[in-house]
Ligand binder design. Structure first.
Ligand SMILES: *Cc1c(COP(=O)(O)O)cnc(C)c1O
Length: 381
């Protein structure tokens, strides 16, 4: 069946700001500076300022940012790092690239992020850090997680790959932990047409070491026990990110408004179908709008038949991931009921602002697609 509406379409965002982006690209091409130049420096300053933090260090991807941040904090071989069981494989891969070993922790069914009490219960003498993921742009319970990290003397790193611009009270996510990482993968709330990422921190030693580690690790912040990476950012991508950073707040407002429209429309379907709507916490930036339902795969198939593509973030908990499971600190038979349940029930509807032109098509398709299960008889009558 042909798809009319994609689940995400980063190209539409680049087209929306095409004139500004092309001017930025043109300037970089003519500048003669392509690596670690003025655009990267300017973005770093602007991004740090936008979230009211001190240091931002651009790098090649969000995954590399996780590895750099952990290494710059002195974490690596022989250390264990707690991560949520429900996140992108990138979170685990970033930890592994640092040399440390990830230990999965089950998530909270409401925020879908790390559960502070469960995390506390699996700390071992090897545990050195905890990576909090603000899944789908919903802030995790950061105050409780910070208190837990302090109690066990762990460093807290925020994986903000879904949460550019998300707030907890009047403070930006990414300013709570010892360091935070962002990804600028094309589909993220702030995404470029390529790979990119950054580390932010208020610790100037961590910042200096991160800068060194992204550029081979042979310079000023050199760590005695390890070499660095080539994890440098691209001037072209960072010039484009400067343009898009200027539109981030607007884009996030549009995502929240799109989410509110879904909430209102889907309210009627909750009782008859058992559909659950995503958490509606203040400060969320709706990187995804993921509903939960019993017959997720059937709903996905039906929406597709009606021309609407949807995403699944993620289709399995990381312990169920064949390429990751063997590298974890957890035993292979350990279960993560909340994360595994969410992975089998969640479905991400199109939420990118540039796809709102299809709102009516999506709603019609949803109404038709949800007439199965308890509601089937009534809907067909
Ligand atoms: C996208 C993502 C990353 C990092 O992604 P890169 O593709 O390496 O930039 C890390 N964590 C989460 C949760 C992500 O979604």
């Amino acid at each position: 069946m042909k798809k009319i509406v994609p689940s995400a379409a980063p190209g539409l965002r680049f087209v929306r700001y095409e004139a500004e982006i092309c001017a930025a690209i043109d300037q970089v091409l003519r500048s003669g500076h392509y690596i670690l130049g003025p655009e990267t420096e300017a973005f770093e300053a602007e991004f740090a300022k936008s979230m009211r933090t001190t240091h931002c260090i651009g790098c090649s991807s969000g995954t590399d940012a996780i590895a750099l941040a952990l290494a710059a904090c002195g974490i690596g071989d022989g250390d264990e790092v707690l991560i949520p069981a429900l996140t992108a494989p990138a979170t685990a891969v970033g930890v592994l690239q640092s040399g440390a070993c990830p230990r999965l922790v089950d998530v909270d069914p409401f925020t879908r992020g790390l559960d502070p009490e469960t995390a506390a219960s699996v700390v071992t003498p090897k545990t050195k850090a905890i990576v909090v993921v603000h899944l789908h742009g919903t802030p995790s319970e950061i105050h409780k997680l910070l208190a837990m990290a302090q109690r066990y003397n762990l460093l807290l790193i925020e994986d903000c790959a879904h949460a550019h611009g998300a707030m907890v009270g009047d403070r930006s996510v990414g300013t709570f932990g010892h360091a935070a990482v962002y990804s600028f993968f094309p589909t993220k709330n702030l995404g470029c047409p390529g790979d990119g990422g950054c580390v932010v921190t208020t610790d100037s030693d961590v910042a200096r070491r991160t800068r060194d580690l992204r550029n081979f690790g042979t310079g000023a912040g050199k760590l005695p026990h390890r070499v660095g990476w080539n994890a440098r950012p691209s001037e072209l991508q960072f010039a484009i990110l400067r343009v898009l950073l200027g539109h981030l707040k607007q884009g996030n407002r549009e995502r929240c408004s799109f989410a509110a429209a879904y909430d209102e429309f889907l309210d009627d379907f909750k009782a008859p179908t058992g559909l659950l709507l995503p958490p509606r916490s203040e400060g969320s930036v709706f990187h995804q709008y993921a509903v939960e339902c019993d017959e997720r795969d059937a709903l996905k198939y039906r929406l597709c038949e009606h021309g609407i593509d949807t995403g699944i973030h993620y289709d399995r908990a990381l312990n169920q991931h064949p390429q990751i499971a063997g590298f974890l600190a957890n035993s292979q038979d350990e279960r993560f009921p909340v994360a595994e349940g969410l992975a089998s029930r969640m479905l991400s509807l199109p939420i990118q602002p540039e796809l709102r032109i299809y709102e009516d098509l999506i709603k019609t398709a949803l109404a038709r697609s949800m007439s199965f299960g308890a509601h089937r008889g009534a809907a067909q009558a």
